[in-house]
Write a protein that binds this ligand. Structure first.
Ligand code: GDD
Ligand code: MG
Length: 312
């Protein structure tokens, strides 16, 4: 079985970090988001297809240096991003039957084999994972009856949302779904394909545990905190890091980071090779790789030295 991971978005809400690193490579508990997804895949997934576009070269380099064990990995590039549906159509030649698909920015406790088992059991066209939230207006929202999705509305106004159950961004799809996606143009799964699939039998599965769409600073930090809590750790640090200062929960520190004696850090992600000088303070922030911090960074995405800023 194949799994497609959508990993080609611009990550606009995580700029300027995503000017340097594509969103799927942002580390959550020192492991790139996309690797959290790959590691959660059931054994029967033999091939992982990454649908990439923006910053393909950076993703390719990382995956060549850190190949996932025991699975074939294929990168398929869109010259220009084709949207979530166009990206899936664009990898059609790599798919041989029913398959799994994932938004590449979701960190969750979902066991995807539940989706594939239900696809067979219910003879559905698609099974999508669902998560309950207070404010569904930033997501795709479903109206359900007896487990079947009756309506799908992407990012409705709060007062127009049919429920507070949202698409959690992980799907088991029957092979036939590929025929519903028009080729060669930008297609949104959420706005164009799910509404058609609803007619053909789209089953929804709510799950519990944890879930975050790590698309903003707050939610990347929330995902980081959730994973660290799950590991029973307040702090993790990679090889070669030297932590002399005061680091409080929940913080992930990459490799070869130096935190000087009177520096303070809390609830943050500090990427590889950073230096936090004496007197610096980092709170609720994400610090990109190889940065030198001398002052206060509070509630920021801090990243310098990028080039090739996209036009959009
Ligand atoms: N290859 C490729 N090409 N990937 C893309 C493209 C594209 O043109 N556009 C977006 N992606 C990838 C993003 O990188 C991300 O991993 C995923 O598709 C979803 O895109 P987002 O931009 O993060 O969408 P969203 O968070 O606003 O909404 C989506 O996710 C929600 C749950 O997290 C929708 O699927 C909602 O329905 C859903 O509730
Ligand atoms: Mg997202």
């Amino acid at each position: 079985m194949e799994a497609v991971i959508l990993a080609g978005g611009y990550g606009t809400r995580l700029r300027p970090l995503t000017y340097k690193i594509p969103k799927p490579l942002i580390p959550i508990a020192n492991k790139p988001m996309v690797m959290h997804i790959i590691d959660s895949l059931p054994q029967k997934v033999e091939k992982v297809i990454l649908a990439v576009s923006y910053k393909r070269d950076v993703l390719q380099k990382y995956l060549e240096e850190n190949p996932p064990e025991g699975r074939e990995l294929v990168l398929v590039e869109e010259k220009e991003p084709l949207g979530t549906g166009g990206a899936i159509k664009n990898v059609e030649r790599e798919i041989s039957g029913d398959f799994l698909a994932f938004n590449g920015d979701v960190i969750s406790s979902l066991d995807p084999s539940v989706l594939t088992n239900t696809l067979i059991e219910k003879k559905a066209g698609a099974v999508i994972s669902l998560w309950r939230v207070n404010d569904p207006s930033h997501y795709g929202v479903v109206e359900m009856r007896d487990g079947w999705i009756r309506r799908f509305v992407e990012k409705p106004r709060l007062n127009e949302a049919p429920s507070n159950l949202i698409s959690a961004g992980a799907y088991a799809l029957s092979y036939d779904v590929l025929d519903l996606i028009p080729p060669g143009r930008v297609v949104s799964l959420e706005r164009e394909i799910w509404p058609i699939l609803v007619e053909k039998g789209m089953y929804g599965m709510e799950f519990r545990g944890y879930w975050t769409d790590a698309g903003t600073r707050e939610r990347v930090l929330e995902a980081n905190s959730l994973i660290l809590q799950g590991m029973g750790k307040k702090l993790i640090a990679g090889n070669g890091s030297e932590i002399l200062g005061n680091v409080t929960e929940h913080t992930s520190i990459g490799k070869n980071v130096i935190i000087d004696g009177s520096a303070e850090v809390s609830n943050s992600i500090i990427m590889d090779g950073c230096i936090l000088e004496n007197g610096s303070k980092v709170v609720d922030s994400i610090i990109g790789p190889e940065e030198r911090i001398a002052g206060r960074v509070i509630g920021e995405i801090f990243c310098t030295g990028y080039s090739n800023v996209p036009k959009n």
